[in-house]
Design a protein around this ligand. Structure first.
Ligand code: AMP
Length: 166
């Protein structure tokens, strides 16, 4: 998607994993949360994203991937973006049933892909992140696509809803 739309890729999980690998103060703070499948505290991830949005490559637009994950994060994001006069264009939900997600993650081999950690991450999703669907639906920003099947199939579905933005 970032290649197709020429935008920066802001993956909150990737940024946190890099901090862990580099052994920075941030990495040490978030390690425990990540390895247990819990969300890291809002204040921490908000600071990370806020700093990232200052980078020059974000001027051409960006895809936020994995952020926001709580209503509190979404509210701060709204405030940040309205201060910059750059509101969100669209929020994309890739809808995948839990059992398919479980199978995909279990086959991926990342450190936080152990079965009990996956379960914890899915619980965190349903409790803390799923409420964002109503939040963005009420703002008229939400588009939902079927996220099951191959990468190519999902990309084709995503293109149909993203094309009007290009
Ligand atoms: P991901 O790569 O998006 O699956 O994220 C991996 C892990 O990073 C999550 O299980 C959380 O511990 C943490 N994380 C990533 N993004 C966020 C976020 N927006 N809020 C809180 N924790 C996050």
């Amino acid at each position: 998607m970032v290649a197709r739309y020429h935008v920066a890729h802001l993956s909150s999980g990737e940024m946190l994993r890099q901090a862990c690998d580099a052994g920075t103060v941030l990495g040490l703070k978030v390690q425990q949360y990540m390895s247990s499948g819990e969300l890291v505290p809002d204040a921490i991830i908000i600071e990370v994203i806020q700093e990232r949005l200052e980078q020059p490559d974000c001027k051409k637009g960006y895809l936020l991937d994995g952020f926001p994950r709580t209503i509190a994060q979404a509210e701060v994001l709204d405030a940040m973006l309205s201060a910059r006069k750059t509101p969100l264009n669209l929020v994309l939900e890739l809808h995948v049933p839990d059992d398919e997600l479980f199978g995909r993650l279990a086959n991926r081999g990342r450190a936080d892909d152990k079965p009990e950690v996956i379960r914890h991450r899915l619980d965190a999703y349903h409790q803390q992140t799923e409420p964002l669907l109503d939040y963005y639906r009420s703002k008229g920003l939400l588009k939902t696509i079927d996220g099951s099947g191959s990468v190519e199939d999902v990309f084709d579905r995503a293109r149909l809803v993203l094309e009007p933005l290009a």
